[in-house]
Design a protein around this ligand. Sequence first.
Ligand SMILES: *Cc1c(COP(=O)(O)O)cnc(C)c1O
Length: 386
Amino acid sequence: MIPYGRHEISQADVDTVIDVLQNQFLTQGAQVPKFEKTVAEYCSVAHGVAVNSATSALHIACLALGLGKGDWLWTSPLTFVASANCGLYCGAEVDFVDIDAASWNMCPVKLEQKLLKAKAEGRLPKVVVPVHLRGEPCDMAAIGALAKRFGFKVIEDASHAIGGSYAGQKIGACAHSDITVFSFHPVKIVTTAEGGMAMTNSDELATRMGLFRSHGITRDPALMTHEADGAWYYQQVELGYNYRLTDLQAALGISQVQRLDAFVAKRHALADRYDTLLANLPLTLPTRAKGNLSGLHLYPVRLQLGKISPSHGEVFDRMRAAGIGVNLHYIPVHLQPFYKSMVFTKGDFPEAERYYAEALTLPLFPALTKAEQDEVVAALTAAIAP
Ligand SMILES: *Cc1c(COP(=O)(O)O)cnc(C)c1O
């Protein structure tokens, strides 16, 4: 089976992890701050707070922004459940803003309309989480302008987008957001096995996220509410968690980031090739906006179901039977039974639902060969035939 995504580990990656294992601290050593500095410098942002997953990064980002009971978090319905669950972890309510028909990202026009309505009803969101689906940057200038006008905070879920750029700045620079979150799961662009990082230009948010990452405990007298008992003293000033990344993982991450630009370039070359090979099939292909650079985590296509006889499900099954590990990103979150049990129902976010009815993610990862890619194209051509 050709998977939809796969990590790539080099000998340098292996060597660096073995060095940590044999010679250094396994956790809470020098590798984690070094990894944070490496990624922050890459993105031209002031701070990176490394954690054990993007899910944890989203959680501490929400906590640092003060999200809690009685607050609202809005995100795209077309995302992984973690982008929404972080709101529920904090006791907040979650709602969604439908996607744009062309980019498949949160639509800024629909966001504005929903904000005007929410303002009239006195229930504006505290936090909005745009998701750079596939790695394709959201319209951050528009979202950032709305954040200023309506007074909400922005967390970019950039789990798909490290290595990309928006209007000449790296994703993670937080030019139009308070915090940007990356994922280092093996299917994503660079990996630490499990892992994530929250980027920010705010000293205060970085400090608060650092506290929430590690039990809410500090040894910094400036952060303490009471005087230290002695030199041994640490103080718990928040209810935090253990969301720490290990030094083994951080060392792997530092080594992987050296190849980040090469990984993204390889993904673009393969996507260009898909664009050409698939151009004449009854498909809607993923677009890439000029002036931005997608991280290109995913290459989803949409079946033009009116022009083919097999159903969406039949095409999916035929691809799997042909050894192509296609996937579907994503089941709209509001249609998950867990979320549906709140207030949501089919029809709430029709553009995301239309996407869900047609989409199919094709394999895309740096080590995908041209021969494998040809196999995917041949299998898809056969799968959509009567
Ligand atoms: C993968 C992913 C996450 C969660 O990442 P983890 O590191 O696995 O916790 C969150 N949001 C999106 C959009 C993702 O794709």
